[in-house]
Write a protein that binds this ligand. Sequence first.
Ligand code: ADP
Length: 724
Amino acid sequence: MKVASVLIPLPVPEAFDYEVPEALSLAHGDLARGDQVAVPLGPRLIRGVVSEVFETTGSNRRLKAIDSVLDDPPLPAGVMDFVEWAGRWTLSAPGEMAATALKGLRAPRPRPERRVRRLGERSPSRATPARTGVLETLGDRAMPPADLARAAGVSSGVVKGLIDEGVLEIIEIAAEAAFDRPDPDHAPAALNGDQAASATAMADGVAGGGFRPFLLDGVTGSGKTEAYLEAIARVLRADPAAQILILLPEIALTQALIERITARFGAAPAEWHSGVAPPRRRQVWEAVVAGRCNIVVGARSALFLPFVNLRLIVVDEEHDGSFKQEEGLVYHGRDLAVARARIEGAAVVLASATPSLETLWNAQSGRYDWLKLGARHGTAVLPDIALLDLRQNTPDPQTWLSQPLRLAIGETLLRGEQTLLFLNRRGYAPVVLCRACGHRLTAPDTDSWLVEHRYTGRLVCHLTGFSMARPKLCPSCGAEDSLVSVGPGVERVEEEVRQLFPEARTAVFSSDTAPDARSARALIQKMTDGEIDILVATQAAAKGHNFPRLTLVGVVDADLGLRGGDLRAAERTYQLLAQATGRAGRADRPGRALLQSWTPEHPVLMALAAGDRDAFVEAEMSEREVASLPPYGRLAAIILSSENAAAVEKTANDLAQAIPNAERLEVYGPADAPLALVRGRRRKRLLVRADRDVNLQAFLRAWLQRVKVPGSVRLTVDVDPYSF
Ligand code: ADP
């Protein structure tokens, strides 16, 4: 009997076996890995993907039979290998990984377009001037009826009359997206020496075939994008059918890159992220699997697209924590990009001005080719960075900008240049507290403070989206007029700026004022056009954007990310502040950055001010090495959550009792997770640390098999957690 293992979208670690009926093979030819099939599951039919087909003899298993083979294109071998590998690596269900790869098919196709054309040589029974005009306008083309009526200057009734009479016929044209082939020679750039050498190395890496990882390392503005676009041009010249994927951490960054690629290659790339309408995503999916599309710019989920000739993956801003997906399937986009490239035998380029310690470690040890871009392109120089000691320059009560920073903003305004004030806090104030009883307002079912938003007049939980009007009385003690807003968010800093510089044009850039790609683009455009003098922004604007007239960056609270004991606190702060300060002075005007801090002697801030990345990396690496933490060791987290606190507690203790024996590996916890209560669910966490050469996944699998997790408890495994 022929049997197929089929991946179906269920949270189980294995594929399901089904019988392959003979009639099916007769009708469709032999079933193969990657084929999409409909299979029975309980009373329903669901979509699955064939993982494997094999013969069994004498089996007395009674298997259900595959219902039918679907018309949709099979998943290419590379995607199949990738989803199965990713399932094993992240300990998630391969069927759910495969379902991610099929997401593009979930939407309906865009509706076919209706057009009219001449039906043979038939003439109208009455040749009015209007009718003759229509036929002349149309000629032997096919046009949408409304366009035709407009072009001929007649009412739509005239066109309809001709259709009714059989002079014109309606045809439907399938809306298949056409992607113009990129032209590698459309608008080449003249590269400087470092850029050209890097582009050559990357393109040669692709030409050599096989897996080739690169770190493309250069300060903001050094031309990393320019260099990888040139590498892409060379790849396309050598193989016009080559496919290239560029991953970005934020949807807000895609538009600028798409415009740059379109200008460079004379053809727009495909776009893939959650902001793209589902019917369009379906078109992209179908074009990618048919090899009709060369360049895709996307978010991490684009890694699951069915490329058939993937030669190069670029992960831009590779250090960015947004590449980590923490809801649903838990994975790191950068790590999976490297895995996909390995599986496809392709090159992968990790680009950053502040690479992650993991990537630097791989480059230092020679696993990755390390391409360095020296200075900024042209005359642009890196900004001067100075620390403002708030102990000596304390702002007045209830204000957040110190005197030297205020002066610098004033000077910048006078020169007609722009200022970016960076504060990674949305809203008006991060905490609202009662002066009478000390109560801090939190969401009813979540352990996080409510953030005051003045523009919308509400208190918002940033974790769950819960919101309420600002109460008149303290919800805890009932005192009147006792609630105060503590600390600044971007809205509050903007309020201060407006009072100080009433004539300046100010704006706030955060995920509240720019919730989607379109509004982000509009704000970025205003900034680029010089219609904003002072932009107060969270990290949403700190990344990747080029503002030629921006010459001053003020970091309102440089200590912010350094508090809290997270593994990556120092690294993340360094990266974020380096990105933010790197925004200044990108064109021909020099820039400067001022960092307000209560602890300017902190090594991270000293390294930033000195522009000494190597010193920072060295210090941070040796701390990690001593503690055997990543990149010197590996981590995994197991998070348990449930509305039933006792069930979480019990499962956590069961897990703690069932830890398999293992060397060079420790388990910590169970303890309250960093967010111990979210939407009414209690959360507990166990952490595993292991030496690099320990098979962490095998340990986790063996461990989890020993414990029965009740249905009321959700268990999430996070391999290589980003925060810790
Ligand atoms: P990065 O990706 O490292 O931040 P970009 O590639 O965006 O750097 O380059 C920064 C700016 O300098 C861009 O406006 C880019 O067009 C310009 N630039 C970089 N290299 C060149 C070059 N060789 N010729 C012309 N302009 C360049």
